[in-house]
Write a protein that binds this ligand. Structure first.
Ligand code: TRP
Ligand code: SF4
Length: 328
């Protein structure tokens, strides 16, 4: 019996942080046990917004791959590759562009939002409008059954399904309509209490060694009601408690943290020490693995070479069927 196929990708935007770990990467790590998984770095998608300064794309591609492997994604179980090394995606994207109505792309919500929000780049380009169509090619070329993504990407999977339907209707029943697998992202606040994000400078990275993690957690914002040690607090108003929800066993949360905080029996520094006691055994092995892997660029290159070879074999088959159906 052949396993169902899963495909997902990430743009190379720099080192990954705890938000990625407890959202996408944990989920991918589970999926690799059951499905035939393809995970790739969408470096062409990065160019759709960063075309004027592509200097970081290669460096960030390596950073992300190191983070994936350090987080426990396993090249013996899944296939990892870089999009631009599988040119078949681009050929399929071109063929799709022949029959995809412009209006389908213009009405994708991320297109309108980003055109309005991103003001420091000129996004009135052909490539940026075509972003979701390239994504459709990424997905359909592997005949993926499932696409694990966050809720913001669901319209792109919807468009992908429409493109598949239109292709199958116009030519022949070659492409498979994929389903989005909605990834749950637990609330991971950054050290300042806002959403964890590289651009807010509040992130704990997978590459951070335990000393850095400790130094970032100690001064973290807590419930503002706890001005002094004897002021009681409310854990639900505290970003440190959101991290406890990820790391600390429920029994200890309910039995020690909640009563200790609301009665002011424990101070915020004690509370952060308990958090570190649970977080460091999870985070330290990841940063250590990452340091080891970073010392061996040849091994990482070999993983991506092997991945590109496997990806090209799968993509090439679909492309042949597509071209035969289109009589080209
Ligand atoms: N657009 C996705 C993101 O920004 C990245 C991506 C590109 C992707 N191609 C994909 C995700 C194909 C899933 C499947 O996160
Ligand atoms: Fe937050 Fe813990 Fe301080 Fe309560 S005791 S405010 S949960 S850090």
């Amino acid at each position: 019996m052949t396993r169902k196929r899963v495909l997902s990708g990430m743009r190379p935007t720099g080192r990954l942080h705890m938000g990625h770990l407890f959202g996408a990467l944990d989920n991918w790590r589970k999926l690799q046990e059951t499905y035939d998984c393809f995970f790739f770095i969408a470096d062409w998608h990065a160019l759709t917004t960063d075309y004027a300064d592509p200097s970081k794309v290669k460096e960030f591609t390596t950073e992300v791959v190191l983070d994936w492997l350090a987080a426990g994604l396993d090249p013996k179980k899944a296939t990892f590759f870089v999009q631009s090394r599988v040119a078949e995606h681009a050929e399929l994207h071109l063929l799709f562009s022949m029959f995809t109505p412009l209006a389908w792309l213009e009405r994708v919500p991320t297109y309108k939002e980003q055109r309005e929000q991103i003001t420091d780049k000129d996004l009135s380009t052909y490539g940026f409008l075509g972003y979701p169509l390239l994504q459709a090619a990424d997905i359909l070329i592997y005949k993926a059954h499932y696409v694990p993504v966050g809720v913001d990407q669901v319209p792109h999977v919807e468009l992908t399904r429409e493109v598949a339907r239109r292709f199958n209707f116009l030519y022949a029943n070659v492409l498979l309509e994929p389903e989005a697998l909605l990834t749950e992202f637990p609330k991971i606040p950054g050290t300042d209490g806002r959403k964890m994000s590289k651009s807010y400078d509040n992130a704990i990275f997978l590459s951070d060694p335990p000393e850095t993690v400790t130094a970032k957690i100690k001064p973290m914002i807590t419930d503002p009601a706890r001005q002094r040690r004897k002021d009681p607090g409310n854990p639900e108003l505290c970003p440190v408690f959101d991290l406890h929800k990820v790391f600390t066993p429920e029994a200890e949360r309910k039995g020690v943290i909640v009563p200790g905080c609301t009665s002011a029996d424990i101070g915020c520094l004690d509370c952060k020490a308990i958090l570190l006691k649970h977080a460091l055994p999870v985070l330290t092995p990841v940063s250590e693995r990452r340091t080891e892997l970073a010392k061996d660029p040849d091994a990482v290159r070999a993983i991506l070479d092997e991945g590109a070879t496997r990806a090209r074999a799968a993509a090439g088959q679909t492309l042949q069927d597509v071209k035969a159906a289109m009589r080209i």
